[in-house]
Each structure stands twice: as structure tokens, then as C-alpha cells.
Design a protein around this ligand. Structure first.
Ligand SMILES: Nc1ncnc2c1ncn2[C@@H]1O[C@H](COP(=O)(O)OP(=O)(O)OP(=O)(O)O)[C@@H](O)[C@H]1O
Ligand SMILES: [Mg+2]
Length: 246
């Protein structure tokens, strides 16, 4: 469980006429065992924020701390595409990102493969797996380093609806079992409502427009009336913020 503090975080790309403000002085705190979703229209800075949080990008100005019990927290990252090494087996893809290859580490990797229901696929190569299975391996790999905080950028957006739905359930069980802090980017308001305690709404220009708490018990069934109402309420806020058309 991590504590994230972001103060006046600002990010620009390019110079002169080409200048793009990707994040506009964002202030934000995320703390503890929460599942936070970041939603907003294409180009509003969601990936930029996640990339800065995980250290892939640096901010133009502002400050950022991610700590766990006072020390610097270790981040994990799940990309939109699984990005597995095709010439390594599933197990070797997990082992590749580990500090050591001891039998203990291997057992830990196996535990996370079991969690994503691919316990018997360690010897397969990525090309032998479906897209959904490959994404599961990507998720198991990210969890297998046991990071304090997990950043996920639209991890299910390339998958069909049924696979995405079962992976959401698995991810949520992993979140509950591992007590990680998860920051999750999605275009899909329904997905955000199903998964999150908290939804951050961004608008074009990287402006944090709203910070919504969703106080419903987990697991949430999208066909449940309370979940449908919560989704409608978030969409109403989108409408009020004029974000739907974009
Ligand atoms: N490396 C880069 N160089 C120049 N501009 C960039 C770069 N990365 C992002 N941008 C610009 O910053 C803005 C925010 O981009 P970002 O990728 O964060 O949006 P996003 O909300 O993740 O969009 P999407 O939902 O389409 O993934 C966009 O205008 C984008 O063109
Ligand atoms: Mg993006």
C-alpha cells in the first residue's frame, strides 16, 4: 500500500506553436489500499500522468512522491498490450523481471500464474496463447515483483467484452488479496465504476475536473441496479463537464 502525493504537477510536450499541455498543475493524494481509476477523453493526459507516476516520463514542473511506510515505494506497470518477450516461455517472461531466479522466486511466479488461471501454461510461448491469456501473463508478471503500487494503462481495452469481464474480476480479487494500491486508466466509465473506490475525471488540457468516491461493496456486478445507478451518475457528471462528445 502506497501513499502518492502530487503537487502542481505540470507536463508540456514540444515548444512554441507545437506546445501541448498534457497535464495542467495537478494536485492529488492517493493513499492506502484503494483502487483508483483515471477516466477522461482521448488526449486528456491519462497515460502521461501514469507514465510520470511510474517514472517513464519526467514532469515539466511540480513534485511527486510515492512512498510506502515512509520509504520510496516500488511501482509495477501493466501496459495496454502485454509486451511479452515472444522467444521466452511464459515462466521465463516472469523470471526475466525478477532480481533472482531462486526456487523461492520461481514459486512466487507460479503463485501469480495460478492467480490468473494460467498455472499450467508456464512452459508455453506467448505465441501459443490467446490475446486475453497474454494479457493475463502481463498482469501476473507485474504482480510477481510484488510492487507496492500498481499502475495500469487500459489493460483490457484490446480484449473482447467477455474476456475483459473475467479479467476484471480476477484483477479485483488480486487487489483484495494483495492489498496493493492500484491506479488504473480506462476510457470505460462502466469499468471504472465496477472496479474503483475512487474515480478521477480528467478533461482536455490535462485538467483534473472531478474526484468521485464510489461507495458500493465489492464485488460489483454491472447488471446490479446500484452499480448501474452509480455508472449513470458518473456519466451525468461527464455530461455536466461537457466531456461526452470528445
Ligand atoms: N511523447 C509525446 N510527445 C508529444 N506529445 C505527446 C507525447 N505524449 C503525449 N503527448 C500529447 O499529450 C497529450 C496527452 O496525451 P496522453 O497520451 O497522456 O493522453 P491519453 O489521455 O492517455 O489519451 P488516450 O485515451 O488516447 O490514450 C496529447 O495531446 C498527446 O498528443
Ligand atoms: Mg493513453
Amino acid at each position: 500500500m502506497a501513499d502518492i502525493k502530487i503537487s502542481n504537477l505540470h507536463k508540456e510536450f514540444g515548444v512554441g506553436d507545437d506546445k501541448v499541455v498534457a497535464l495542467e498543475n495537478v494536485n492529488l493524494e492517493i493513499s492506502g489500499h484503494v483502487f483508483v481509476s483515471i477516466v477522461g477523453p482521448s488526449g486528456c493526459g491519462k497515460s502521461t500522468l501514469l507514465n510520470i507516476l511510474s517514472g517513464i516520463e519526467t514532469p515539466t514542473s511540480g513534485s511527486l512522491t510515492i512512498t510506502q511506510a515512509g520509504a520510496q515505494a516500488a511501482p509495477g506497470y501493466v501496459f495496454q498490450a502485454a509486451r511479452l518477450l515472444p522467444w521466452r516461455t511464459v515462466m521465463d517472461n516472469l523470471l526475466f523481471v525478477q532480481a533472482d531466479k531462486s526456487s523461492e522466486t520461481r514459486a512466487r511466479c507460479q503463485k501469480y500464474l495460478d492467480m490468473v488461471q494460467l498455472g499450467d501454461k508456464g512452459d508455453k510461448f506467448p505465441g501459443e496463447l490467446s490475446g486475453g491469456m497474454q494479457q493475463r501473463v502481463g498482469i501476473a508478471r507485474a504482480f510477481s515483483i510484488e510492487p507496492d503500487v500498481m499502475f495500469m494503462d487500459e489493460p483490457f481495452s484490446h480484449l473482447d467484452a467477455i474476456t475483459a469481464r473475467s479479467l476484471r474480476r480476477e484483477l479485483h480479487s488480486m487487489w483484495a488479496a494483495t492489498k496493493k494500491t492500484i491506479v488504473f486508466v480506462t476510457h470505460d466509465v462502466g469499468e471504472a465504476v465496477e472496479l474503483s473506490n475512487r474515480i478521477l475525471v480528467f478533461a482536455q488540457g490535462g485538467i483534473l475536473k472531478d474526484d468521485i468516491n464510489v461507495e458500493l461493496d465489492f464485488p460489483r456486478d454491472p447488471s446490479d441496479e446500484a452499480v448501474a445507478v452509480a455508472k449513470a451518475n458518473v456519466l451525468k457528471k461527464f455530461e455536466e463537464l461537457d466531456l461526452l462528445a470528445t
